[in-house]
Design a protein around this ligand. Sequence first.
Ligand SMILES: [Fe+2]
Ligand SMILES: [Fe+2]
Length: 242
Amino acid sequence: MTPRQSPSSGTAAPAPSPDPTSPVYRDAYSRINGVVVVGEGLADRHFRLLARAIPEDGAELLRLGAMEGRHARDFIGCGANLGVRPDAALAKQLFAPLHALFQECDSAGDLAGCLVIQCLIVECFAVAAYRAYLPVADAYAQPITAAVLADEAEHLNYGEQWLQARFAEVGDAVAAICRRGLPVTLRILQAVAADMRAIGMDPADLVGSFCELFEQSLATIGFSATEARRLVFRSVATVPLG
Ligand SMILES: [Fe+2]
Ligand SMILES: [Fe+2]
């Protein structure tokens, strides 16, 4: 027997906005803010390493790194505004495999691998995450997040241009590093999926947006749409959000 339904059932009521002053929100925010602050700090380090590895673009890469350092400080301010300190210990643990992969590429002189990790993976991750956060951000964090988003698009663009110009030589290396880098990145999202929900974000939307952005980047640098979709899909399928 079908239960009786009210006339309004079938239309999901909008979820109430989470209260940024509640203990549940602040607890979740400490881990999300940790991922953001540590991710920005790591991006700063990666751009400094890239500046050394690509000296002809050194000044430009140091400029991009300095932007990441500012982003980290701005997001620490967003946490402080809510009386929250970032959970850096957890975030460092979550980012460790991706950073190790960057260091491995850097040590091996695999510039394409370094650029895929920082400028495609980390930057697509940042753009997708900040786009998802923007509509639910508190009034203090909202304009900061909007300004950071514009910067991240510039960083993504640097990597796309570099890889596009050398696609014939680096295409296979790009695909290889995607297969290793995408699953470890998605595992970061998986680890904080419940915290994202607690602050009003939809982790499934974020993953969808990340995959779309990443596929677009792969197509921009030279992969066919089918190759790009296959590369992303195979990596995502290994990491269920739960
Ligand atoms: Fe950034
Ligand atoms: Fe960035």
